[in-house]
Design a protein around this ligand. Structure first.
Ligand code: FES
Ligand SMILES: [Fe+2]
Length: 453
């Protein structure tokens, strides 16, 4: 498998230079653009943000068998998540306690035990030392000191989270209101339909921010206006995370000024179904997409709207696939919720599927980031969970991501290039439609600058 390099490098600092303190966004109308371009700001994030927050490391279906592991890298830090012999999920710092060698790379399976490739020290899957070559030539040490170093690891909804702070609050406390939004979609019953990694030419926060608002839809994704009133999206900044959603009922954007009685419901239905399936592959799970495609041009019964018809077909299709959506309201079936799990895991969840982006800084380069697109599909209860192939595209332009994601990607180089031009001064955020973007940066400032958020 090709891999994306994680360039090494982070810094530690003992005090905060005043020029960095000037980059706070909290409480400001004009936002310093250097937040997205400064190497020192990136170093501050490595020092004060990433060591203290829960981060999605992988999904449980990636490590079904004892010994299966996935490495999670953030800057210089690397941990690996492993399935133990008892079937539990644990995480360890990815470094040998002898002379530091990394023990895991990418993903794979330890055969019964973890073995260092340098001098062959070994540990069981729970991290206990089982073998030291020529142990009598080392000073005696308590067994506990020879354990691998634990990383906090908890799961929610099939996602495995790690936190490098041993004193971090529990994951469930950290997630705050997120399960209230996410649980109804039963993420624990979903599994991967695609897993793609690439490098994007923009700061990681540029990318998170781009997926945390619908304000850009009218300009960047104009085709969506034909079937979605994106101006009606509701934004719900939470304490730490953010959510936006609503506007799921198929209708042309109010920006197009089409009188209600002139809307062609038949066309509307085809626009919505074709766009979702062709232009956002994976947004509707593949099992459902095929069935929906067949109805895109079915003549609507008299008096039936595109929304009524689409809703009914989605609900009937779920029943046919053995899924129980009876507890989901129409908005959840039609439009879903866009969730940001602070700081770097974001995307829409709708009935039956999740379309998530995981974004990480790329070493010490503030002008690029490591980006992953994860698409998940709900499986009926009792159906086996499987893992798909992982795809890696070191150059994002070599892959067809689907029109909508492609449109977003094409913006990034220009955004980052423009941000580097300091002459433009402070940045501005729309009070309503970019309120989740603002919230994200306020919470970031909670970590970087102790902002009273
Ligand atoms: S560095 Fe791991 S056994 Fe020596
Ligand atoms: Fe977009």
């Amino acid at each position: 498998m090709a891999t994306v390099e994680h360039p090494v490098g982070s810094a530690t600092r003992t005090s905060l230079p005043t020029d960095l303190a000037a980059l706070v966004a909290f409480g400001r109308d004009l936002i310093p653009r250097e937040r997205f371009t400064s190497v020192d700001f990136l170093a501050l994030e490595y020092e004060r943000l990433w060591p203290r927050v829960w981060q999605v490391a992988c999904r449980v279906e990636e490590i079904p068998e004892p010994g299966d592991f996935v490495e999670y890298v953030i800057g210089d830090r690397s941990a690996f998540v492993v399935r133990t012999g008892a079937g539990e999920v644990r995480a360890f710092h990815n470094t040998c306690i002898h002379r530091g060698t990394a023990l895991a790379s990418g993903c794979g399976r330890f055969r019964g035990e973890i073995r260092c490739p340098f001098h062959g020290w070994r540990w069981d899957l729970d991290g206990n030392s089982t073998f030291v070559l020529d142990a009598h030539e080392f000073p005696a040490e308590p067994a506990a000191d020879l354990r691998l170093r634990d990383v906090r690891c908890e799961t929610y909804g099939g996602f495995v989270f790690v936190n490098f702070d041993p004193d971090a609050p529990s994951l469930v406390g950290w997630l705050e209101e997120i399960p209230g939004y996410f649980d109804p979609y039963r993420p624990e019953r979903m599994c991967f339909t695609s897993h793609k990694t690439t490098v994007l030419p923009a700061n990681w926060k540029v990318v998170v921010d781009a997926f945390n608002e619908g304000y850009h839809i009218a300009t960047t994704h104009p085709e969506i206006l034909r079937w979605k009133d994106e101006a009606a999206l509701e934004y719900t900044p939470l304490r730490t995370h953010t959510r936006y959603g609503g506007a799921g009922w198929p209708m042309p954007s109010r920006r197009l000024g089409i009188p209600t009685d002139e809307v062609d419901e038949q066309e509307l239905l085809a626009f919505k179904i074709d766009d979702l399936i062709d232009n956002l592959p994976g947004y509707i799970g593949p099992a459902e997409a095929e069935a929906l495609r067949a109805v895109a041009r079915t003549p609507l019964p008299d008096g039936t709207t595109a929304g009524d018809f689409y809703l009914k077909r989605r609900r009937d299709g779920a029943v046919a696939r053995g899924l129980d959506w009876s507890h989901l309201d129409d908005d959840q079936v039609l439009g879903g919720d866009d969730l940001l799990l602070f700081p770097n895991f974001i995307g829409p969840v709708i009935a039956g599927a999740f379309f998530g982006y995981r974004v990480r800084p790329n070493g010490m380069d503030p002008h690029s980031c490591i980006f992953e697109l994860w698409t998940l599909e709900e499986r009926a209860e009792g159906q086996p969970h499987t893992m798909c192939e992982r795809e890696v595209y070191p150059d994002w332009r070599t892959h067809d991501w689907g029109l909508v994601v492609q449109q977003d990607f094409e913006n990034f180089e220009g955004i980052q290039r423009g941000l580097r031009n300091a002459a433009g001064g402070g940045l501005r955020w729309n009070r309503r439609q970019e309120s989740c973007v603002r919230r994200f940066h306020e919470v970031l400032d909670r970590y970087l600058f102790d902002a009273p958020t």
